[in-house]
Write a protein that binds this ligand. Sequence first.
Ligand code: UD1
Length: 342
Amino acid sequence: MAKETVLVSGGAGYIGTHTTVALVEAGYDVVVIDNFSNSEPSAIEGVEKILGRKITFEEVDTCDKEALRKVFERYDFSTIIHFAAYKAVGESVSEPLKYYQNNLVSYMNILELMKEFKRPNVLFSSSATVYGNAEVLPVTEQTPRQPATSPYGNTKQIAEDILRDCCNAYENFYGIALRYFNPVGSHPSALIGELPRGVPNNLVPFITQTAAGIRECLAVFGNDYDTPDGTCLRDFIDVVDLAKAHVAAVNRMVSGKMKEKYEIFNVGTGTPLSVLELITRFEKANNLKLNYKIAARRQGDVPAVWADTTLANNELGWKAERDIDDTLRAAWAWEKHVRGIK
Ligand code: UD1
């Protein structure tokens, strides 16, 4: 039987590379596109090294509809995983048009071409940010979304709604939105990982860069929250586990097992960890000391959010498996690989 092919937009990015590896390991063919706006060609080389073979890659900007059309003309795929998007929350506040333009135009291009070329399935990268500061924890997929506090978060909500409406309106059009919690870690090979440009916004890259001596001190944003140790609680999901959730969702789509035309799944571990706990675990797992200090709260942070993963466990047959200490060892191994630290 011919293998199914999956188009992966933004496949040179952090989650895209890990998902590409997982898809090929699960027996799918892939067509990866990326414009390297926030990634490097070395990411594709890392994927190929892990897999021990070349993958189909095209340098394409998903905002360029004619270039994207050529990809639809050239390759026969039934399923698209759309990762290509900007993701810096703070930057989206100062440059909203950049975010709305890039994240929504690329997405619209994908959806319009899916319809035109009769490619039925799309998997969209959504985020736990849609839950905002939820009243009841853990959050289920039924937990009401809250008004977005950043243009980045708003693009996720708008994109979810567009997908729902398309699935309702069009025949043979199916969508899954995966709401990621906090993706962390790297492939155990240390050949792919997160490659933030400039000062990292997210916690784990800041931790690993501090450990590598690139940042002098990690600021813990607030220890006066109403949480057990006063720091924020998050659901840190290993990126390799997260990649496998995409494979499970693709399996569900291509095997016609979806129960609704549009489905949403939380992708997290179901277990909260505080910022301080994560720092301590990182230090212990890697046998090092981090230079950190308590600083003021960061605007827009919610005190706590973690996932109820029952739906993904039952319907996707997927469960987070990686141990957080292994995850934090992998994160450090990747940073060392990037910096050439022995
Ligand atoms: C953020 C985004 C989320 C996005 C995710 C991508 C919001 C509010 N958050 O999640 O939408 O999908 O990144 O990974 O939209 N922290 C520090 N010091 C640092 C960095 C972070 O103490 O230098 C703390 C933060 O205050 C927070 C926790 O670490 O409590 C996690 O922060 P971060 O990694 O940025 O993720 P989120 O803000 O949860």
